[in-house]
Every structure is written in structure tokens, then in C-alpha cells.
Design a protein around this ligand. Structure first.
Ligand code: G3H
Length: 254
């Protein structure tokens, strides 16, 4: 619309699509590093983007993080869509409860008046306990639902920020730094070239599964995430990126 045109947002979107070689970009005004309400605006834009693509009975897998929490907060029901099922994209990554995919998945489903299934696999299990737990029929069933999702909505983080926020072991922390990780998504850590340099071992969606997912929506903003977004997008050409002006201008060197 006219307002977005005047603010130069459309122009930023076109330039970013060319620079990152991705399918779609939506830029909201502001910088979420400076103003917290910008994260909610990204959340609102993400909800619109999701609704445009969802059809009855779809399965949506969501990750954790504060940005996805904003998406959940901004979710509203859509009278045209029913039987949408929300599931967490992957198991535990060491986050606090409020940032976990399970928490966000349940909240998003409630706001959408949809359904949800959760993944009850604790973070730190012995190998034997882990292997037997993922064979449990209820866990297996949820894992199958996750693998058959039609949409994934996920955040992208700065590697060091994410590793510090999660309960990352000293060895893994060193590995992440030594290998110059700059981006994090789904518990995978990427260097500037977009190569995976570390991965948190957990169940659910793996990076290799993404090409099969019809709609992949990444939500990440703030000028501090520019490097992370650029690195991660080298791995995910069929993504739609929802970001903010802060990240977009930093990415374009404006
Ligand atoms: O999974 C977490 C994301 O990679 C980034 O988290 O939205 O809190 O910055 P955030």
C-alpha cells in the first residue's frame, strides 16, 4: 500500500530478495533491537503470511524463541480455516520454558482456535532412556505428525547469543566459537558461508527435511541479526523471510 511505499519498505523487500536469493521477503518498519513493539509487528505480518497459505487440516511446525512467542501472541482465529494442527518443530534445545517450542506451539494453537500436540522428550536423557522414549507410541505419533507438516515457522538467532541463552556445555561453546558460527536456527549453528558447524542433537525436523516442506517461514529482525540472517539464508532458498527495517538496512549496508 501507499504507506509502505512511502516508507521505502517495498524497495527494501525487492533488494533483499535479490541479495538473499529467496522466494519472498516482508519488511516491517522499525528495528526490534531498539523498540520491542517491532517484534509484535513482525508477529502480525507473520500471522497474515501464514493465513494466506494455510488450508483446512494443515499441520504447522513451530520453533521456540522470543520472536516466535510474538507470533503466537499476535495469532487470531481465521473463520476460513479449521482443523489446523500445531506441533513443535523439534525437541528440547536447552531453552527456558517461556522460549520452548512446546510452550509457543500451545499458545499459538489456543489463539488460532486450532489443536496442538506436544513433544514430551526431556533435554538431558541417557542414551538408553532416549532411545526407548522415542519408541513410545505417543511420542512416535507426534514425530510422524511433525515430519508430515506442510508449514514450518521458525526464528533465526545470532549464534553466540543463542548458545549463551541455552544451557550449552563448555565444549560445545568452544566448538561454536572456534568454528566461527554466526547464525542459529532449529538448534543448528552455521558459519558465514551457511555451513553447519554444530548441531544440537534432538528429535523432530532436521535441516534435510526442509526442502520437502511446502511453506517455510523465517521470522527474524533487529540489526544485530543481519549477519545471522544472511548466513542462514544461504541454506534455505525456498524460505519466506519476515524481518524488520533494522535488519534489512544492516543487511544491505544502508
Ligand atoms: O530459536 C530461537 C531463534 O533462533 C532466535 O530466538 O527469537 O529469541 O531471537 P529469538
Amino acid at each position: 500500500d501507499v504507506m509502505r511505499e512511502l516508507l521505502g519498505l517495498k524497495d527494501l523487500e525487492t533488494k533483499l530478495m535479490e541479495k538473499l536469493h529467496i522466494e519472498g521477503v516482508i519488511v516491517v518498519a522499525g528495528d526490534s533491537d531498539l523498540s520491542p513493539w517491532v517484534k509484535k509487528e513482525m508477529g502480525r505480518a507473520c500471522v497474515t503470511c501464514m493465513k494466506e497459505r494455510l488450508t483446512n487440516g494443515d499441520i504447522v511446525a513451530v520453533t521456540g524463541g522470543t520472536t516466535l512467542a510474538a507470533v503466537a501472541e499476535m495469532m487470531t482465529p481465521d473463520p476460513k480455516q479449521n482443523r489446523i494442527l500445531f506441533v513443535p518443530a523439534r525437541g528440547g534445545l536447552g531453552e527456558d520454558v517461556k522460549n520452548q517450542a512446546n510452550t509457543i506451539c500451545a499458545k499459538m494453537a489456543e489463539k488460532a482456535l486450532g489443536n496442538y500436540r506436544l513433544l514430551h522428550v526431556p533435554d538431558h536423557l541417557s542414551r538408553e532412556a532416549y532411545e526407548s522414549l522415542i519408541e513410545e507410541p505417543t511420542v512416535k505419533e507426534v514425530l510422524e505428525l511433525i515430519k508430515s507438516c506442510r508449514m514450518v515457522v521458525h526464528g533465526i538467532g545470532d549464534a553466540i547469543t543463542m548458545a549463551e541463552r541455552r544451557k550449552t556445555s563448555k565444549e560445545d561453546m568452544e566448538k561454536i566459537k572456534e568454528r566461527h558460527a554466526v547464525a542459529e536456527a532449529f538448534g543448528y549453528y552455521f558459519n558465514e558461508a551457511g555451513e553447519v558447524v554444530h548441531k544440537v542433537k534432538t528429535v523432530g525436523i532436521q535441516l534435510e527435511d526442509l526442502p520437502r516442506v511446502e511453506h517455510v517461514i523465517a521470522v527474524a529482525g533487529g540489526s544485530s541479526k543481519a549477519k545471522a540472517i544472511q548466513a542462514y539464508m544461504k541454506r534455505a532458498p525456498h524460505s519466506i523471510l519476515i524481518t524488520d527495517e533494522g535488519a534489512a538496512r544492516a543487511l544491505l549496508g544502508e
